[in-house]
Design a protein around this ligand. Structure first.
Ligand SMILES: C[S@@+](CC[C@H](N)C(=O)[O-])C[C@H]1O[C@@H](n2cnc3c(N)ncnc32)[C@H](O)[C@@H]1O
Length: 277
């Protein structure tokens, strides 16, 4: 029996295919030890002996799928920052300022909230806090969504904010919250958090969006899944809407469907022919 990387071959194949089916995330052979170590943390909470026992649990005792949600939470990679890949926020700011209207954005892999709050601060700079702009922030991971909705961050997390934004958009913690900062409620009320699986059949996200940020998540998907997700995202945009992807997620291979507006910022190509008469 081969137990390389802390897991039997057959168990690795089971978890890999379960994660792929449920999340779109493809774990290559080199991710075996990482997968074992992330899932092992859950074993301790469930007092199970090994990953084989966890597999049996998932196969036989998880009819409602609630344990699957925990397993997915363990496997996702949630690295993010305020104003990560900052050029995108300049593009967004100029674009929304040029259009001049209230804006509805979707942040489709929002992790612990730094990205949707960066979008909120960007819109607040253009439209002010009273205008009716809104941001839907979604992720598959229920733990990061809960942290994001709380909007509390260690002061060290705020080091990537542009100058002057900290006092405008955050409250400093005192007492037991000393060393932390909380997103101001006036900002938070524009941001709604919801669990949405990008490879799920339904996307309960409502009306079309002016722009979608779906950054640094497609890299975890195989090419077929990337294409399906991108096509569905384009379908959720208003006709001149923008799709922002992560800096390493170029769509040069979909150039027939999208035109490039800025680095990894895309707009759906409009056909040269109109509809029928
Ligand atoms: C590396 S983080 C990127 C966060 C942020 N977009 C950024 O660029 O800083 C990737 C996020 O994608 C989420 N994710 C992974 N698979 C997903 C799926 N199938 N549906 C929705 N979110 C997913 C993870 O939970 C994680 O929070």
């Amino acid at each position: 029996m081969d137990t390389r990387g802390g897991m039997r071959d057959e168990d690795f194949r089971f978890f890999r295919s379960l994660i792929h089916k449920e999340t779109g995330i493809w774990l290559g052979d080199q991710k075996r030890s990482m997968l074992a170590s992330r899932l092992s943390r859950r074993l301790r909470e469930l007092r199970l002996d090994d990953l084989h026992a966890y597999r049996v649990w998932l196969e036989t005792a998880d009819a409602g799928g609630s344990e699957l949600v925990h397993a997915i939470n363990r496997v996702t990679t949630n690295k993010t920052d305020f104003f990560r890949e900052p050029e995108h926020f300049i593009v967004l700011k100029d674009w929304v300022a040029g259009r001049g209207s209230a804006t509805r954005l979707w942040c489709a892999a929002s992790s612990t909230g730094e990205e949707p709050y960066s979008l909120a601060m960007t819109l607040a700079e253009v439209f002010g806090m009273q205008a009716p702009w809104s941001i839907l922030a979604t992720d598959i991971d229920t733990e990061v969504l809960a942290a994001a909705a709380a909007g509390i961050y260690g002061e060290d997390r705020l080091r990537t904010l542009p100058a002057g934004m900290k006092p405008r958009y955050f409250l400093r913690g005192r007492g037991k919250y000393s060393g932390q900062a909380c997103v101001r409620p006036e900002v938070r009320r524009h941001v709604e958090f919801r669990r949405v699986n990008l490879v799920g059949e339904q996307w309960p996200v409502g009306e079309r969006f002016d722009a979608v940020f779906c950054r640094n998540v497609l890299i975890y998907f195989d090419r077929e899944t990337q294409q399906r997700v991108v096509e569905r995202l384009l379908g959720r945009l208003v006709p001149d809407g923008l799709l922002f992807l992560g800096h390493s997620e170029s769509l040069h291979w979909m150039a027939h469907q999208v035109e490039t507006v800025a680095h990894t910022v895309y707009r759906k190509r409009v056909g040269q022919w109109g509809g029928g008469q």
